[in-house]
Ligand binder design. Sequence first.
Ligand code: PGA
Length: 256
Amino acid sequence: MMRRPFIAGNWKMNKTVAEAVELAESLCEALGDVTEMDIAVCTPATDLYAVSQALEGSNIGVGAQNMYWEDKGAFTGETSPVMVKELAEYVIIGHSERREYFGETDETVNLKIKSALAHGLKPIVCIGESLEQNKAGETVSFVKSQIEGAFAGLSEEDARRLVLAYEPIWAIGTGLTATPEQANDIIREAIRDVLKELYNEETAEAIRIQYGGSAKPGNIADLIVMPEIDGALVGGASLKADAFSEMIKNAVAALK
Ligand code: PGA
């Protein structure tokens, strides 16, 4: 089964509107002729409008970094799926920073996934273990439980519309990267095997799984050639046009 590679930038809480537009325009220029993979940038909510305008008609998709699950109402400070859908194609759900600092749980992640899918958004769902869990040998059981939580109640058809991002928390923003082999093994054992149990082999093989955690121009080639790794969710290295473009080009070259 051929899964189309997908590299997405996660700008986190960076970029004013002016900075965001400048970055989006530079990426458009540098990456306009890339046809071999899907590319997206996930921006702060305040940048979505301007960036979606700047990237309109381009090969670079736009994503939000979070959303609430209700359509509208008295939820001060939240962004609804209806609002996101006007401006974006993707939405990151359950990033480890949201789980750690903003109280997101497997249950809220599941509610958000269902809501995003119901509104035609493509969720990029993040999972991954902490350093303590990794050291204690709990990685597989923990990631399995996150997958079961995320997919609870999802039909096979809905499940196939998700993108997963396996992001070991100890590798995020730290410069430490899981070795491509480590990441590949976890994705196979803790993610595809569970998806096979929950659905079937075909569905498990159809779902795209990105790696995340200090992915950069210098290591993307080794990551993306691994059979289970279908791309990357990129924080730090997505904030500069030259680094992110170089990364995409290195990935394309590695897959040739
Ligand atoms: P990083 O972040 O590439 O800066 O490690 C990845 C992420 O948190 O999605």
